[in-house]
Design a binder for this molecule. Structure first.
Ligand SMILES: Cc1cc2nc3c(=O)[nH]c(=O)nc-3n(C[C@H](O)[C@H](O)[C@H](O)COP(=O)(O)O)c2cc1C
Length: 187
């Protein structure tokens, strides 16, 4: 287990996984980290599906992509977590739907806990919600907010990973002065 500061400063998206399974005690901590997240009126609208069945993982890798086989890289991960929400169990204020925030905080807590224990992950938004729902029998009122593979990172990354990282500019961050203001907007 590493400290919070190190977890946050070293975290990065992982897209290449060893096939080794996630140890049960690690999975348990990931679940508890997600459960302890803050949420709108503490209503905990998140609903998770933890997929370890290899056939279902293959189905998701081949058939969940928003475009073609964009999520093929998740095929080697020993665990795929689907982060869903029951929007009726969250709320709306200032015309903002808080179920997205509830799930995002909770899922990120799961990912940071995983990283602290040597397990990598990668948020995915490039999925077809209808295809994911059909593969996993998710009811119609439930939204799929995100999904992520989890597993021990491979040291050698594939060309695909290198290309995505360059395309996304993953190492870059916008200059702090552009998105952090002090006392007034754009000060
Ligand atoms: C909401 C969200 C959606 C994302 N969707 C994808 C995705 O569909 N495919 C992918 O490879 N990475 C995806 N990413 C990962 C980002 O590309 C990555 O976080 C960003 O490039 C910064 O790199 P880092 O996580 O290594 O710091 C997503 C990240 C977030 C937060």
């Amino acid at each position: 287990m590493i400290q919070c500061e190190e977890v946050i400063f070293t975290r990065k998206s992982v897209r290449d996984f060893k096939p080794d399974p996630i140890p049960d005690d690690v999975l348990e901590k990931m679940i508890q980290a997600a459960r302890l997240a803050p949420s709108f009126q503490n209503r905990q609208c998140w609903r998770y599906i933890l997929v370890r069945d290899k056939k279902i993982i293959k189905d998701l890798a081949l058939n969940s992509g928003l475009i073609g086989k964009v999520n093929f890289f998740i095929k080697d991960a020993p665990l795929i977590v689907i982060a869903c929400a029951d929007p009726a169990k969250s709320g709306t204020m200032n015309k903002q739907d808080y179920y997205l925030i509830d799930v995002a905080i909770s899922f990120q807590q799961m990912m940071l806990m995983a990283w602290s224990l040597g397990i990598g992950s990668c948020w995915l938004a490039a999925f077809s919600e209808s295809k994911v729902k059909s593969i996993l029998n998710i009811p119609s009122g439930i939204r799929v907010v995100g999904l992520s593979p989890f597993g021990f990172p491979k040291t050698k990354t594939k060309l695909y990973t290198k290309a995505v990282k360059v395309f996304a500019g993953s190492k870059k961050r916008i200059p702090e002065k552009n998105n952090f203001f002090h006392d007034r907007w754009n000060s």
